[in-house]
Design a protein around this ligand. Structure first.
Ligand code: ATP
Length: 254
């Protein structure tokens, strides 16, 4: 479980000024589930993800993971950034192995760990190619494969599907659900897309406001695993409710 309490994040500006990105944000992201942090541009979504990853130190408040305060980078947290961060000069296999290489794991153990993941992700036969030779969807899968190589218990994803076309994006979303089903993994993802948040997650945390933004609303998503949730009237209804909520808060903040 990731517990965020009273989180305030500021950035320094040139000349000694500061800008407040997030103020008094609070949320509980349950273990083993997918949660979405949804909100308009600039409301502080990435800042919260970076703080949870231990990449930035909040001004105040605290974040705990399974009861332990986050005080820096944590071995079992993986982060997928918007641009995937693949190294263009390394092959698919070398990219997938990267966290293990950096951790000093020897080659035979790395292969043992990574090759089955590439197989599962349909990337095994492309293991000798370079990122530029892959489609957007394949790069995205490689980024997830790499993040799982480190066997994380927490996966943080910042707009992971934003550069994919509509249908590839839906495939990638279904792929993420299938990957998660096989693993005991807590996933927190940032997205601008209401439909993506509702489709993928069990909990949607909506952020509103800007400089500072905060988490202003939580929606629990009830879904029936047996049917395609995109076709379910509850899916459309919840997307509509969240859309209205975001529109109303935008008017209030004007
Ligand atoms: N490195 C930085 N230095 C100064 N200010 C920053 C920095 N990063 C973010 N900010 C400020 O914090 C606010 C929130 O930024 P953040 O990237 O967390 O928002 P976001 O909701 O993820 O935006 P987007 O959806 O556009 O990626 C921005 O409005 C910006 O003013």
């Amino acid at each position: 479980m990731v517990d965020i309490r009273d989180l305030t994040i500021e950035y320094p500006l040139p000349g000694g000024e500061t800008v407040k990105a997030v103020e008094s944000a609070a949320a509980v992201f349950p273990a083993g589930s997918i949660s979405a942090v949804l909100g308009p541009s600039g409301c502080g979504k990435t800042s919260i993800i970076h703080a949870a990853a231990g990449l930035l130190k909040p001004l105040s408040g605290r974040i705990t993971i399974d009861g332990i305060p986050v005080s820096g980078i944590r071995k079992t947290t993986s982060v997928i950034f918007q641009d995937y961060g693949l190294l263009p000069w390394k092959t698919v296999l070398a990219n997938a192995e990267l966290p293990l290489t950096v951790a000093g794991m020897e080659k035979s153990r790395r292969r043992e760990r990574v090759l089955p993941i590439l197989e599962e992700f349909g990337l095994w036969k492309f293991r000798k190619l370079y990122p530029r030779q892959l489609s957007g969807g394949m790069k995205q899968r490689l980024a997830i494969a790499r993040s799982l190589a480190a066997e994380p218990d927490l996966l943080l994803m910042d707009e992971p599907f934003s550069s994919l076309d509509a249908l590839t994006r839906e495939d990638a979303q279904d792929f993420l659900l299938s990957v998660r089903k096989k693993r005991n993994l807590t996933i927190i993802m940032v997205t601008h897309s209401i439909e993506e948040a509702v489709y993928l997650s069990e909990n949607v945390f909506v952020m509103t406001g800007r400089n500072p933004g905060t988490i202003s609303k939580h929606f629990a998503v009830q879904k029936d695993e047996a049917r395609d949730f995109r076709e379910d009237p509850r899916f459309q209804e919840l997307c509509g409710t969240i859309r209205h909520y975001l529109k109303d808060s935008r008017e209030e903040n004007r």
